[in-house]
Write a protein that binds this ligand. Structure first.
Ligand code: ADP
Ligand code: MG
Length: 584
């Protein structure tokens, strides 16, 4: 399932109103300014009629000229103010969308992240939200003010000469029919153009995230082609949208030219028969001329709305991905609290309905305090045990409990604040060493930081670095060695002073000396905390208080090293080779 395949939601215009509602007063003010601007423009033909009238009767026209200049200047000033207010409102709508989308994406369930491309989600926050700008100002306001100006102009035209109005309307109706065919194409092309931007974001993220491997594999040219294809697809679709937009704009323009000519002809005939005078015809023609702008505005609004609606649909698709409930900011780690107990009771779990079960009824009990090791071949389901404890996923049946309480009954931030988790291949985030350590406990003091740096044997390295803890580690910690990254991850988890510490192959890349030292640290921590480790070194496993042997999604046996060597052939075999859990 991709993001686009989630079910359809409410129509785009309802969503747009939702984003606009907080800014409705600013929007109305901007629209009102635009309307007044339009109205001052509308008065010009009337003044012109009076001016021509006075001119033909040899009367002075200075007053009319002054009035016309005043109207023109007011028109320009109000127009500028109005467009600023509207642009500012539009930016606020973009801000609102970016804020709600980024908050939402941080709360996404891991299941949703498993199935989406981060690069595409990024494009939705950065690129699609930008397109909302046009929907707000040009589209909504254009539709509102253009529509009103249009109505006002039509009323005026009706007052001046209803017959010529009829002629004008017939031409406009013809153009409307053509536009009805053109407009849906704009939406489709815009949607595809934005999807291509998403594809581009996804490939960029994929390539830049693994640039060393891409280079080492000599795959630059192939990856370059992927990127270029996505860029070209976006270009193709945008050009298609531009083509239809241009057609729409020109249809409107052409219609107005035809209306102008038709009115000139029909109006000329009416002047000849004496039905109207020349001043009336000139005034009407000026109105036709003034009709041009609101009609262009309305047509522009409709085409722009199509682009914005396509972007909004993409934003809404992201906001319909499953997310965790919005919660208060996570409470700080539960410093000094009791160690936690954990139990699995007949847990059945699969990552998705179309995937095989990973846990077929897993049951085990970990009392508070002490160290429990999970061993078993790669793919046995060890990492999945930890993911379920963190509630990244929920079991399909059976229960996982912490302190005897079903995880489903725990407040999520409180649950997670009790746990320190060093995931398999735990990432180090770009920023400084200190940023990384404080990630899980921003309020830890200097002493606490110094202590974990020492217990994880990072102190020698930190002392060597020119900027110490403030040294930048690079994207995903590329400036550190694998073993250093693991120790940073352990230090980060320890600094939370968790009630439950989960270490998933957290020492796999350490040398023997560092590993032995870390083992002592973990043994120390296990005196006051519950520690669960997935480890593959016999030395770590033998010191555990209990060992859970997993195989193919089931718990085969639980016991101490001595018990298991005697009772479980798989364990005995693994132990004989010194490696109890292959990395995986
Ligand atoms: P272990 O840690 O014991 O090596 P895991 O718990 O990581 O095993 O994985 C158990 C099984 O679940 C593996 O077959 C793996 O392919 C599958 N699996 C792990 N994570 C995911 C995921 N996010 N989506 C789908 N399948 C997964
Ligand atoms: Mg694993």
């Amino acid at each position: 399932m991709s993001i686009a395949e989630t079910e359809t939601g409410p129509p785009a215009w309802r969503l747009i109103l939702g984003y606009v509602r907080p800014h409705r007063w600013a929007l109305l003010a901007g629209a009102a300014l635009s309307l007044v601007t339009g109205a001052t423009g509308l008065m010009l033909p009337l003044v012109a009629r009076e001016l021509i009238d006075d001119l033909s009767h040899d009367r002075a026209i200075t007053g009319w000229l002054v009035l016309m200049s005043g109207l023109v200047i007011t028109n320009a000033a109000l127009g500028a103010l109005g467009s600023f207010v509207l642009r500012r409102t539009a930016e606020s709508v973009v801000l609102g969308a970016r804020r709600s989308l980024s908050s939402y994406l941080l709360r996404l369930r891991i299941t949703a992240v498993d199935r989406s491309e981060p690069g595409d989600l990024m494009a939705r926050i950065t690129s699609d939200t930008t397109l909302l700008r046009e929907v707000t100002t040009d589209s909504l306001v254009g539709l509102g003010t253009g529509g009103l100006t249009l109505v006002a102009t039509v009323v005026m035209m009706g007052l001046v000469d209803p017959v010529l109005l009829g002629v004008t309307m017939a031409v406009i109706a013809g153009a409307g029919t053509v536009l009805g065919v053109i407009v849906p194409h704009i939406n489709r092309a815009s949607r595809q153009a934005q999807d291509a931007v998403g594809v581009m974001g996804a490939s960029l993220e994929r390539i830049l995230g693994a640039l060393r491997t891409v280079k080492a594999s000599g795959a630059e040219h192939r990856e370059e082609r992927t990127l270029h294809e996505a860029a070209e697809e976006s270009w193709r679709q945008s050009v298609r949208a531009a083509k239809w937009s241009a057609a729409a704009g020109n249809t409107a323009g052409l219609a107005m030219q035809i209306a102008f000519i038709t009115v000139l002809a029909a109006g000329g005939a009416r002047v000849a028969t004496g039905a109207i005078d020349v001043g009336t015809l000139v005034a009407f023609l000026l109105f036709v001329f003034y009709l041009m702008s609101p009609i262009q505005q309305v047509v522009g609004a409709i085409t722009q709305y199509q682009t914005g609606a396509a972007a909004l649909t993409r934003i809404q698709e992201a906001m319909r991905l499953p997310a965790e409930p919005a919660a208060e900011p996570a409470s700080l780690p539960s410093t000094g609290a009791e160690p936690a107990s954990v139990a699995f009771e007949d847990v059945r779990f699969r990552y998705a309905e179309d995937l095989p079960y990973v846990h077929h009824g897993v049951t085990f009990d970990v009392p508070a305090q002490g160290m429990t090791a999970f061993v078993g071949p790669s793919g046995a389901g060890k990492t999945t045990v930890f993911s379920l404890i963190e509630r990244f996923y929920d079991p399909e049946s059976g229960t996982v409990t912490l302190d005897g309480r079903d995880l489903a009954d725990w407040d999520l931030p409180r649950l997670r604040s009790a746990i320190g988790y060093v995931e398999q291949d735990a990432p180090v985030l770009s920023g400084s060493l200190r940023d990384n350590l404080l990630l899980g406990n921003p309020e830890a003091d200097e002493d606490a930081v110094a202590r974990v740096v020492k217990t994880t044997r990072l102190d020698a390295m930190v002392a060597r670095l020119p900027a110490g803890l403030d040294t930048l580690v690079g994207h995903r910690g590329t400036r550190l060695s694998g073993g250093e990254r693991q120790r940073v991850a352990i230090a980060r988890a320890l600094l939370r002073r968790p009630r439950l510490l989960l270490l998933d192959e957290a020492t796999s890349q350490l040398d023997a000396v560092n590993e032995a030292a870390l083992r002592d640290t973990v043994a120390d921590v296990a005196r006051t905390t519950t520690v669960l480790v997935v480890a593959h070194r016999l030395s770590t496993v033998t010191m555990a208080d209990r060992i859970v042997v997993m195989d193919a999604g089931r718990v085969r046996a639980v016991g101490t090293h001595r018990e298991l060597v005697a009772a479980d052939p798989l364990y005995a075999e693994l132990a004989a080779t010194q490696f109890l859990a292959t990395a995986g």
